[in-house]
Design a protein around this ligand. Structure first.
Ligand code: ZN
Length: 211
């Protein structure tokens, strides 16, 4: 981002743009813009101005929980849930605010720390995969509400433990099949239930079960 762009933000929004933000965007704005980080941390001056002005409109999502939020915050980007990353105008920490009124969430003590812990590291790290309950291949992403079907056996993680491996759980969306039966099916014909035979693929080398 150029000096001119940063001045345009200050003028357009009527705020003193925080120094740490100025320095960071001046030095690395172009790099962010060219990378996927640009979709989380706005890297164009016009985008910053438009997004900030738009959210000042009483019809927009921030107005109800944070009326006149712009007296306190400066929006710098957005996350996958349509919440906003922002700086407070009077302190160096980075916060998240959104349309629910759970209050601002402090994400990091500084813009530099925010960049590393919230934006860069999580997107560079390879997600840890866990063993599928049915085929034991390393295909399951935990911590996701809906981790999808295992590509190797098509079992869907539904929270069943070893203790209920023999149980038939009615709420399982594809009808009643016990985990024990699903494992036996996988051993016999390579899929947890024969009707999903066309959906599965062989495990990749990095997905092979740990012995
Ligand atoms: Zn599996």
């Amino acid at each position: 981002m150029t000096e001119e762009g940063l001045n345009r933000i200050a003028g357009g929004l009527g705020i003193a743009v925080p120094t740490a933000y100025r320095e960071l965007m001046f030095a690395r704005g172009e790099e962010f813009r060219a990378s996927q980080l640009g979709s989380y941390l706005w890297a164009r001056a016009n985008e910053v101005i438009i997004e900030n002005l738009r959210e000042r409109d009483p019809r927009c999502s921030l107005y109800d929980p944070y009326p006149r939020w712009w007296k306190e915050y400066f929006l710098i980007g957005t996350d996958d849930d349509n919440d906003y990353f922002c700086l407070r105008l009077d302190d160096p920490a980075v916060y998240k605010i959104g349309s629910d009124d759970s209050g601002p969430e402090k994400l990091a003590e500084s813009l530099a720390a925010f960049l590393n812990t919230e934006l860069i590291e999580p997107r560079l790290a390879t997600p840890t995969k866990y063993a599928c309950a049915c085929c034991s291949c390393l295909t399951v992403l935990r911590g996701k509400k809906h981790s999808g079907c295992c590509p190797v056996c098509w079992w869907q993680e539904d929270g069943r433990s070893e203790a209920d491996a023999d149980q038939f759980i009615g709420e399982f969306e594809w009808g009643d099949i016990s985990l024990t039966q699903a494992r036996a099916n996988y051993k016999s014909f390579g899929v947890f239930s024969e009707e999903y035979k066309g959906f599965v693929r062989a495990p990749k080398p990095e997905e092979l079960p740990r012995s």
